[in-house]
Design a binder for this molecule. Structure first.
Ligand code: ATP
Length: 130
């Protein structure tokens, strides 16, 4: 089966894979070839694919997955190949967001802070596994 991961900016991945595991808003799920057609909203997290028997990890920061006729498309605002992650940047983003969580000053936005933490953790996870 085939998987495309597409963001506003670019096509992050466009290759054949054997297995797909991702994080939907209702929980994690996997897709194997000949799966029935599905459409699912995605959460901020890591999408794992198995290609030639080996795992590869990508961040997928929300959006939607559509699967039909052995073709999967993930449309997501931001995605990265785990091996391209700038780990120092992700750690800094995590520390900044965690500091906001502790300070909770006048501009504190819980949803935005939670999303920033989720993105940073997804980046660190996708990089660590690669
Ligand atoms: P930061 O606060 O470090 O900018 P962020 O979560 O706010 O992190 P995003 O708005 O999600 O960043 O992403 C902006 C752009 O920067 C995207 O193109 C994304 O792929 C890229 N990007 C963000 N963080 C990293 C990272 N740690 N490694 C590689 N690319 C990153």
């Amino acid at each position: 089966m085939h998987l495309k991961i597409i963001t506003h900016e670019k096509v992050v991945f466009d290759e054949d894979v054997e297995e797909i595991y991702t994080k939907g808003t209702a929980g994690e799920f996997g897709i194997l070839p000949r799966h029935i057609p599905i459409m699912s909203a995605l959460d901020i997290g890591v999408t794992k694919v198995v290609q030639n028997g080996k795992p590869r990890y990508f961040t997928t920061m929300g959006g939607v997955l559509q699967f039909k006729d052995d073709e999967a498309v993930i449309l997501t605002p931001t995605a990265e190949d785990g091996k391209d992650i700038d780990v120092a940047r992700a750690k800094e983003a995590l520390a900044r967001a965690q500091a906001r969580l502790v300070e909770k000053n006048a501009e504190f936005d819980a949803k935005r802070t939670e999303a920033a933490i989720a993105r940073a953790l997804a980046r660190l996870k996708a990089n660590m596994n690669n």
